[in-house]
Design a binder for this molecule. Structure first.
Ligand SMILES: Nc1ncnc2c1ncn2[C@@H]1O[C@H](COP(=O)(O)OP(=O)(O)OP(=O)(O)O)[C@@H](O)[C@H]1O
Ligand SMILES: [Mg+2]
Length: 607
């Protein structure tokens, strides 16, 4: 029988874009290497785990002792009417129960203590790794899926490592303990009650094979839900603008339903399996009653042995039930663990060389030598770009959209590595130095100004957390941002909402410029700092830039040519090549692409 669950369909409604969350549903059922590597996360907590294990041993022992005490009570003390001895056994039993209670509580406490720390450590490691991964990773991975790694996959791993391991060993011990005790009390009756075990094994094998697939589907389903949710929430404005709520709603319902079905399938497997275990338990009880009862009647066994057997048999199936539940946890953790480890293992494509050294204080000479570049080995977006910027110079990159301007900036800041050629700063190839030591000396005002939620002042001091309020204000003044900030009711303390939605795009850019000013970098990269602002703001930004650029090496990418008029060198980028270079007047006089761009813009602004 093949098991099919509808989670793999991408579920396309009419006109729906295909969204694949890149979730693999296939995978190895069980992999020791994954388990062993996950176990290393427990290492720092081994003393507590050892204590938890010891407590578990104690708990297993205590729970095995009780039926044995019953046997003694019945066979010896009740049979002989020895009331004081019976009292002692009862007292012992009460102590055993109390002990069991205390030991279990202690063990639970230790396990959740370890578990919570494990969760935090794993999440911290993942977050750290995500920060090391280059932009190339974040380009190709959906935020929500990464989120589900960090939140939900990590949680199942924790479940397995803390709770699961101890349960596994404890249950196995109890099983072995029961088998040994039963065999020693009455080998014949023991073997008879174990006659249901082959059926049990069969049921387990059938269950295990299906459960494995089902649980992989549930992990993929959760990732799909979080992925869809995250994307739709950030795209809410567009969804509403195009009145596509219904379609988004439908699609989410579909993902949601697929996930629910996967879970129901996984759960219903358990629902079939657990009653089977229950039934086999009953069967074993019946076997004990029938054969044991007859043996008592024939004087071959004592009543106490049969009663103890009944207790053991009913105890016997509890660990089996728990183990089967553990198996499902294990499957989930396997699927989750595989992905979390894969993420942790993903090599940053842009990594520091083993012999990387700290970038010495930058003077500011930038050189691109025969640089060719493609994102992830796809089509080339830059072809043999050569460019030299002397310290203190301002170089403007202009050109049509998609020409490769931002890509050049990305290479200078080493967000990506060149495909061929080299980027040199002060004559040092950027691949030779530590990325952080390089970027610390660069300021970047990105094309889409990003602000963190929090106070305006904190956003400005993002690059230099220790900056004084006066320095923050000074930077804001230089960036011409002071006036509008001061006019806000809370001034510099104004809380910026997520994504900076409570500020205009122009205001966000001014804050980003202030952030770059405060960091006081030797090299400044401004990506279209003047797009999408009114002429007054543009003038403010212009003035700010003039102040900002003096004495620094700057790469300014701008669509508005008025911005770049004073640049030392203007490069016209088109189709991934620098097709023209020179100063404003020279380029105008040459009558090439630059003049064309300039005239078109002049006409645009005049009309
Ligand atoms: N992260 C990326 N992954 C893959 N391709 C990319 C990526 N970023 C840009 N590209 C491609 O590289 C080419 C150059 O893009 P780039 O962003 O450098 O253009 P640009 O000159 O900055 O354009 P604009 O003026 O619109 O900002 C484009 O064809 C684009 O499709
Ligand atoms: Mg760009």
């Amino acid at each position: 029988m093949s098991l099919s669950i509808g989670t793999t369909s991408t579920g396309m409604g009419p006109g729906r874009m295909i969204r694949s969350f890149g979730e693999e549903v296939e995978g190895r059922p069980f992999d020791w290497r994954i388990i062993l590597r996950l176990l290393t996360f427990l290492r720092p907590h081994w003393p507590r785990m050892v204590v938890a294990f010891l407590l578990m041993l104690l708990a297993s022992g205590l729970s095995l002792v009780v039926p044995y005490l019953i046997k003694i009570a019945i066979d010896q003390h009740i049979a002989q009417g020895d009331a004081p001895a019976l009292g002692r056994v009862a007292l012992l039993m009460a102590c055993a129960f109390l002990g069991l209670y205390a030991v279990t509580a202690g063990q639970q406490y230790l396990l959740s203590w370890v578990g919570q720390r494990l969760l935090a450590t794993l999440r911290a490691q993942l977050f750290h790794h995500l920060q090391v991964l280059p932009l190339g990773y974040h380009d190709t991975h959906i935020v929500g899926v990464t989120l589900s790694r960090v939140i939900s996959d990590v949680a199942v791993i924790n479940e397995l490592l803390s709770e699961g391991l101890v349960t596994l060993v404890g249950d196995l011990l109890i099983l072995v303990g029961i088998i040994v005790t039963m065999l020693s009390m009455s080998p014949r009756l023991a073997l008879l009650s174990f006659s249901v075990l082959p059926l049990m094994a069969l049921a387990t094998i059938l269950f295990a094979r299906r459960a494995q697939v089902a649980f992989r589907h549930t992990r993929a389903g959760i990732a799909a839900i979080v992925g869809d949710l995250a994307e739709d929430i950030s795209g809410m404005r567009v969804i509403q603008a195009f009145a596509r709520e219904d379609i988004s709603h439908e699609h989410f319902d579909e993902v949601n339903r697929a996930n629910r079905e996967a879970h129901v399938m996984a759960m219903s497997l358990s629902f079939v399996f657990l009653p089977t275990v229950e039934f086999l338990g009953m069967l074993a009880t019946a076997v004990v009653l029938w054969f044991g009862g007859r043996a008592v009647a024939q004087g071959e066994l004592t009543l106490g042995v049969v009663v103890a057997f009944l207790a053991y048999v009913s105890r016997f199936f509890q660990p089996i039930r728990e183990l089967s539940q553990l198996y499902t946890t294990m499957q989930a953790a396997m699927a989750g663990g595989e992905r979390v480890l894969a993420l942790l293992d993903s090599e940053p494509e842009v990594a520091d060389a083993p012999d990387a050294f700290e970038m010495p204080p930058v003077v500011g000479r930038i050189e691109l030598r025969d640089v060719s570049f493609s994102y992830r080995g796809e089509t080339r977006v830059l072809h043999q770009v050569n460019l030299t910027v002397e310290p203190g110079q301002t170089v403007a990159l202009v050109g049509p959209t998609g020409a490769g301007k931002t890509s050049i900036a990305n290479l200078i800041a080493r967000f990506y590595d060149v495909t061929a050629g080299g980027v040199l700063i002060d004559g040092i190839d950027v691949r030779q130095v530590g990325q952080r030591s390089l970027r610390r000396q660069m300021g970047l005002v990105p094309q889409d100004p990003f602000l963190f939620s929090g106070a305006i002042a904190d956003n400005i001091r993002f690059g230099c957390p220790d900056a004084l309020d006066s320095a923050v204000e000074e930077a804001a003044r230089l960036a011409n941002a002071h006036e509008f900030i001061a006019a806000l009711p809370d001034g510099y303390g104004t809380e910026i909402l997520e994504g900076g939605v409570n500020l205009s795009v122009g205001q966000r850019q001014l804050i980003c410029i202030a952030r770059a000013v405060l960091a006081d970098p030797r090299i400044l990269i401004l990506d279209e700092a003047t797009s999408s602002v009114d002429t007054v703001t543009e003038m403010l930004i212009q003035q700010a830039l003039q102040r900002l650029l003096t004495g620094r090496t700057a790469i300014v990418i701008a669509h508005r040519l008025s911005t770049v008029r004073h640049a030392d060198l203007i490069c016209v980028v088109d189709g991934g090549r620098i097709v023209e270079r020179g100063r404003h007047e020279e380029l105008l006089a040459r009558g090439g692409t630059y003049r064309e761009l300039y005239e078109r813009q002049f006409v645009d602004t005049a009309s």
